[in-house]
Design a protein around this ligand. Sequence first.
Ligand SMILES: [Zn+2]
Length: 399
Amino acid sequence: MIRDITLPAFDKLLAQLISAPSVSSASSVWDQSNCKVIALLADWFGQLGFSVEIMDVPDNPGKQNLIATMGQGAGGLVLSGHTDTVPFDQAKWSSDPFSLNYRDDRFYGLGSCDMKGFFPVILSAVSDFSGAEFKQPLIVIATADEESSMSGAQALAEAGRPKARCAVIGEPTSLRPIRMHKGMMMERIHLQGRSGHSSNPALGKNALDCMVEVLVELTAFRRELQSQYQNSSFEIDVPTMNFGHIHGGDNPNRICGACELQFDLRPLPGMDIDSLRNSISKRVKPIAQKHQIEIVIEHLFGGVPAFETPANSQFVKACERLSGQPADAVAFATEAPYLQKLGMETIVMGPGSIDQAHQPDEFLAIDQIKPAVNILKGLIQQYCIEDVPAVPNDNEGIL
Ligand SMILES: [Zn+2]
C-alpha cells in the first residue's frame, strides 16, 4: 500500500535530481557515477512504501540500477527512466546546468527533460494512490548509462527483470505514445595491407584499393536493404547506412598500408542486427581475401535493436486514449527493445520535447507536467488497481 506521506513538491524533487551530476559517456574524462541519483530515488520510493532494490551494473563500477516495486502479481505496469545525462557545454548555458532554474514557465537544468523530470512525475502520480490496494504490481525502474552504452538496461534484460505486462519509458516525446523506433549499429572495418614504394604495386598490398571495393559492396548492400525494407511510419522510410569516417595511408608516393572505415546502420523493425552483421561480413571478407589483405570487422558498441509494439495492442490503445494522441514512430533509439525482450508491451511516452534533449539550456515546460501525471495515474488505475483482463479487447468503456 502507498503510504500517506507528503514528499517535497515537484520542483524541490527535480532540483535535487538536477544537482546530482550523473553524466555518462564513453570518454572517461566525462563519465560519472549515477549513485547519487539512485540514492535519492531509493529514498523517496522507499518512503512511499515501495520495496527498493539497488543493483550494481556488472563490470561497470559506480553505476547502479534501481528497481522499486509496489504490489505483486504477474501483470502490472513498469515505469522506466534513465538516470544519466549527456555531457554538456557549460559556456553555452544561460544558467548553471546543475542548478534548477525556473523562468518563462520552464524548468531549466541538465537532464530536466531527458529525463530526470519523469521521476517526480511518477512520484506525483503515485502519491495520489495512498491507501489504495494494488491488485497488480507497479514497478519503477531507474537505469544507468542509457546515453552511452545502455549497459544498465542490458544488465536488467540479462537478469530477466523486471517482469510485468506493460512498460512505459518516459523519454521526452511531448506525451505522444511511440510504438516504434529504428535500431542503431556502429561498425568499424579495418584493412591491414603493406606499404611500399609506389613505383611498383608488387612491393606492397594496397589497403585503399581494397577499401574502394569494400565501399562499392557496402553501397550495393545498402541499395538492396532499402529496396527490400520500407516502413512509411518513419520520416526516413528506409534503413540507412552512413559512411561517417575513413582514414588510410600517408603519402601519394607510398602504397597505402592500412585503411579504416566507420559507418552506422539504422535498421527498421523486422531487421535483425546479428543477421545484418553476418551479411556484411560475408560480403566484404572475400574482397579482402582476394587482395590478400587482413580484415578486422568490429562493433563500436553492442548496437540497439529496432523496436515495434503492434498498433492494435491494448496497451497502445490505452496510451492513445489517455494522451489523446495517435501512436507514432521516432528516429531515436531507446531502451525499449530490452524491456520488450522481457515480454512486456512497451511504449515510449514522456513529458518534454526531444528538441530540448542534448541541448544547452535544456528545459521541461511546466504545461507538460500535469498532463503527464494524469496519463500515469490513468495507467496505474487501469493496470495496477483495476487489473484489466489479459485478453485484448476494444471495449471503449475500459477507462
Ligand atoms: Zn533519454
